[in-house]
Design a protein around this ligand. Structure first.
Ligand SMILES: NC(=O)c1ccc[n+]([C@@H]2O[C@H](COP(=O)([O-])OP(=O)(O)OC[C@H]3O[C@@H](n4cnc5c(N)ncnc54)[C@H](O)[C@@H]3O)[C@@H](O)[C@H]2O)c1
Ligand SMILES: N[C@@H](CCSC[C@H]1O[C@@H](n2cnc3c(=O)[nH]cnc32)[C@H](O)[C@@H]1O)C(=O)O
Length: 416
């Protein structure tokens, strides 16, 4: 069963799915193995992930392993209508279309839950919240869930601390082969891909403010610097602030940074990073976007309250005219610019290859192990399997420890 916008887009969707398949060798390897071993026979897997070709390829991998797969999106703006039409044509149960309102967004989450999944793959934890708050009828079927992103893991850890979480969750985000590559290089590249595609503006010579110097912030700052920007970082963690300084960036408080900014990219996972009087200090023409979480990092309501008019001046760019005449531009409604902008393609296929390989292996791990309720990291075995498969696909060989080296690493008696 499916609910998509336009099935006539299926052919183009399938073309795009086939393209990413050629660039996701680790997931393709797992797909072949799953075709033989059928780890998901009789199992239903429900996902709430950005609906675009790479995610469809994860769905096809789970389906190849015997699962009934039901998918919806984790962001009202990130769905690619051609890819979901292609997925429906390929036999996945898929519910979603680009530009949903809140009601439609939660309706389609509920349509996936109607399949009574055994395993959930979530991104941001919205599906898991619906399960616990409204769809407790489905809870008894759930053996466990995988969570894709940093803020989702934080939400679920907070939920467990409050004693509210009802099943085990594997924090896929916390696998090395996920956050070191996806959050850093994926977000770094895909954010600029979307910002430049949306604005057609030059980055070189601009003052780019990166709010948050976590894994995503590091990647964005690195790419901004590579494109010739003057990079400013804001942080609340003294160690990360120091790291940003020694990586070569200027570090300052947000109130000082906004005065210099040509482009601000929030990537903290936190609320109200740009809000209130921050907008008063911005230069005419300042551009704002978010690559972090949902639409809470830039306070749109505060921006609206200080403006006299708002209009879309180019696809995914709104221009706010401020009371003093300055123009401030907001990209993609303050939602993840790399996925929500009309030109947003998400992370490169080679990156999602690893993230979704961890997902596919973690879903099997949940079924094969009697995990306790709580949030656990994906096991190291999965990380090493994914890293080894990726190196192999990239035709890279590495060294192994000799017996003498192993012995030396475990001993304490030998000195200079
Ligand atoms: N756009 C994407 O495709 C994408 C990819 C991966 C993760 N994410 C999301 O991006 C966000 C960041 O993820 P991460 O893995 O980098 O997390 P992280 O925890 O490594 O980094 C977040 C950083 O923000 C800082 N921070 C928090 N509040 C702040 C504030 N008020 N001002 C300045 N800095 C502040 C923290 O100190 C931390 O260093 C999360 O919401 C995550 O879910 C998005
Ligand atoms: N659902 C929330 C939470 C953040 S999504 C961030 C996650 O998106 C994932 N992601 C980034 N690019 C892609 C992509 O192209 N396809 C599918 N997922 C992606 C990435 O792994 C990251 O952890 C929101 O929309 O605001």
């Amino acid at each position: 069963m499916s609910k998509v916008k336009d099935m006539s887009l299926a052919k183009e969707g399938i073309r795009k799915i086939e393209w990413v398949q050629r660039h996701m060798p680790v997931l393709e390897h797992i797909k072949k193995e799953y075709e033989e071993t059928q780890p998901f026979k009789g199992i239903t897997i429900g996902s709430c992930l950005h609906l675009e070709p790479k995610t469809i390829n994860l769905g096809l991998t789970l389906q190849a392993g015997g699962a009934e797969v039901a998918m919806t999106g984790c962001n009202p703006l990130s769905t690619h209508d051609d890819a979901v039409a292609g997925a429906a044509d390929l036999g996945l149960n898929i519910y979603g279309w680009r530009d949903q309102d809140d009601e439609e967004y939660y309706q389609t989450i509920n349509m996936v839950l109607d399949h009574k999944p055994d395993v959930i793959i979530d991104d941001g934890a919205d599906m898991i919240m619906v399960l616990h708050n409204e769809r407790t009828d489905v809870l008894k079927h759930i053996k466990g869930a995988c969570e894709e992103t940093t803020t989702g893991v934080h939400r679920l850890e907070a939920m467990h601390k409050d004693g509210a979480l009802k099943f085990p969750v594997v924090a896929v985000n916390d696998a090395y082969t996920k956050y070191l590559f996806d959050n850093r290089y994926g977000t770094g590249q895909s954010s600029f891909d979307a910002i430049m595609g949306t604005t057609n503006m030059l980055i070189a010579g601009k003052s780019v403010v990166v709010c948050g110097y976590g894994w995503c912030g590091r990647g964005i700052a690195l790419r901004a610097q590579g494109l010739g920007a003057n990079v400013i970082v804001t942080e609340i963690d003294p160690i990360r602030a120091l790291e940003a300084r020694m990586d070569g960036y200027r570090v300052m408080k947000i109130r000082d940074a906004v005065k210099e900014a040509d482009l601000i990219i929030t990537v903290t996972g936190n609320i109200n990073i740009i809000h209130g009087d921050d907008f008063k200090y911005m230069k005419d023409g300042c551009m704002l976007c978010n690559s972090g979480h949902f639409n809470v990092e830039i306070n749109r309501r505060d921006l609206e309250a200080q403006s006299t008019s708002v209009r879309e001046v180019r696809e995914s760019i709104e221009m706010f005219t401020m009371k003093d005449g300055r123009k401030i531009y907001l990209l993609a409604d303050g939602r993840l610019v790399n996925l929500s902008a009309a030109r947003g393609q998400g992370h490169p296929a080679e990156i999602m290859d690893m993230s979704f390989a961890v997902q596919a292996l973690s879903a099997k791990y949940i079924l094969n192990n009697d995990l306790e309720v709580g949030v656990t990291k994906a096991p190291d075995d999965i990380d090493y399997e994914v890293a080894n498969l990726k190196l192999k696909a990239m035709d890279i060989e590495i060294d192994t420890l000799s017996d003498r080296q192993k012995e030396y690493m475990c001993s304490w008696k030998e000195g200079t």
